[in-house]
Write a protein that binds this ligand. Sequence first.
Ligand code: FES
Length: 188
Amino acid sequence: MSWKAKPSATMSIPRRAEPYCTAEMKARWEREVLPKYAVKHGALMPILHDIQHAYRHIPYQAMVEVAAFLGIKPADVLDTATFYEEYSLEPRGRCVIGVCQSIACEACGHTKIVDRVRERLGIEPHETTPDGAFTLLTLECLGSCDTAPVALFNETLHEKLTVETVDRLIDEATKPGGAASANGHGSH
Ligand code: FES
């Protein structure tokens, strides 16, 4: 494992005029998220989840905005956003395929599943297709070891996967209106 140095002190943050944390998002966080936590900092992960869901990644400007909203340091937001696999600093595909690679799934043939996705989409784990349709991830245990091998297609868990099921799910996601299509709903 190698550690990546974060050039926090010298990097310039790309900015856009329109905020990522919209007034509507902030109102919802105030109403539905903050009351669940004793301290504002506790709401960081669900808020980052919303940002990831809305923009398919966590832009740097959004981290600064979230930090201001929660009254914490941008560095703390960056630490959380870079620690958890759920979050990505680079835009992910409209359909994110997350294949479990932990021990039960490994024993039940997760390699065949990953290889099928690689073949079908021409990408390696942690890459996104050039058209922004799919991202392939390999993830740690998804908590469904008794139905291995499993994978997430966006938020939906698919169990006891076979190569045929993977083909079907990719075909469905690619159809007009499917999760990976440009006019899809972003879930599967
Ligand atoms: S090892 Fe894959 S779900 Fe637990």
